[in-house]
Ligand binder design. Structure first.
Ligand code: PMP
Length: 285
């Protein structure tokens, strides 16, 4: 596999980063995951815009222009022959000569940028989407700026492990009883023809897939309500689902051992998945 590191295309085993990199020492970095379908990028623009916002919020400069970034994504897809899969992009504040809490001078320390591909044949025809996911609920104990897509993923990682131990597929996090989001996705419930999801704030990541799905839902005459909902309300819903760049729309059929509806994917989530895949393929670049 060929990867991209600071302006160079390299075999993955020849790409290395300093032990003083602040991404490594302090999780001082941001990332994006863009999916690839039919060798094309899904919503590259959305990811590029959110990346710039994450960098701005952390006072970090981008080491690359948006045009060059697109070129790197395309080149990696080409050389690694990715038909379906993901591109992971990470920018960290770089490696000053020593460990220090104070941000280094951006004139002397340039950010580290890494991109690599992950081939996932069958990403769109994922059999998991037919079965639906089981989730457990856990307390959301993350920091207060979840809108910034940082590489601080320890708690989401622990959440997935808690889910796995409980025989579930993922965890939904709650704060004051209200669902914030999944460990790596946005969370939704469905009541009748209405889709309910938490509104945007610093409490959740502003999902790129979320924005697209809500737009498609409205275009398909479905009702969308952006508001907080409790885990109890979720257990009582007709359907539930999650969205993310790597899973698109994924039905949720069980919450904390409680089956939703018939305990199988309902009507709305599979339909939204279909629309999302169709529209995204059309708009892919
Ligand atoms: N919330 C969290 C916490 C996430 O990690 C992700 C995926 N990275 C999402 C939501 C979904 O965002 P997107 O649709 O942009 O992948």
């Amino acid at each position: 596999r060929t990867v991209y590191l600071n302006g160079e295309y390299l075999p993955e085993n020849e790409a290395s980063v300093s032990i003083f990199d602040r991404g490594f020492l302090m999780a001082d970095g941001v990332y994006e995951v863009t999916s690839v379908l039919g060798g094309k990028l899904i919503d590259f623009d959305g990811h590029a815009v959110r990346l710039q916002r994450s960098l701005d919020e952390l006072d970090m400069r981008s080491p690359i222009s948006k045009e060059d970034l697109l070129e790197v994504h395309r080149e990696l897809v080409r050389v690694n022959e990715i038909d379906e899969g993901m591109i992971y992009l990470q920018i960290t504040r770089g490696a000053p000569g020593d460990r220090d809490f104070v941000f280094p001078d951006p004139e002397t320390t340039t950010p580290t940028i890494v991109l690599f591909t992950q081939s996932k044949p069958g990403l769109a025809d994922n059999p998991a989407a037919l079965k639906g996911m089981k989730v457990i609920s856990i307390e959301d104990i993350r920091w207060g700026r979840r809108d910034i897509k940082t590489v601080q993923l320890l708690y989401p990682s622990m959440g997935k492990m808690m889910a796995k131990k409980a025989g579930a597929d993922d965890a939904w996090m709650t704060e004051d009883g209200f669902v914030t989001e999944g460990t790596s996705n946005n969370a939704y419930i469905v009541k009748g023809n209405r889709i309910i999801t938490r509104g945007l704030s610093n409490d959740i990541l502003h999902g790129i897939t979320r924005a697209a799905v809500l737009r498609f839902a409205q275009e398909a005459q479905m009702e969308v309500e952006e508001r907080n909902f409790t885990i109890e309300e979720a257990k009582d819903a007709d359907e539930a689902f999650v969205t993310s760049a790597s899973t698109f729309v994924m039905p949720v059929v069980e919450i904390d051992g409680v089956s939703l509806g018939e305990g199988v994917p309902g009507r709305v989530a599979p339909r939204l998945r279909e629309i999302y895949l169709e529209e995204s393929r059309k708009a892919a670049i």
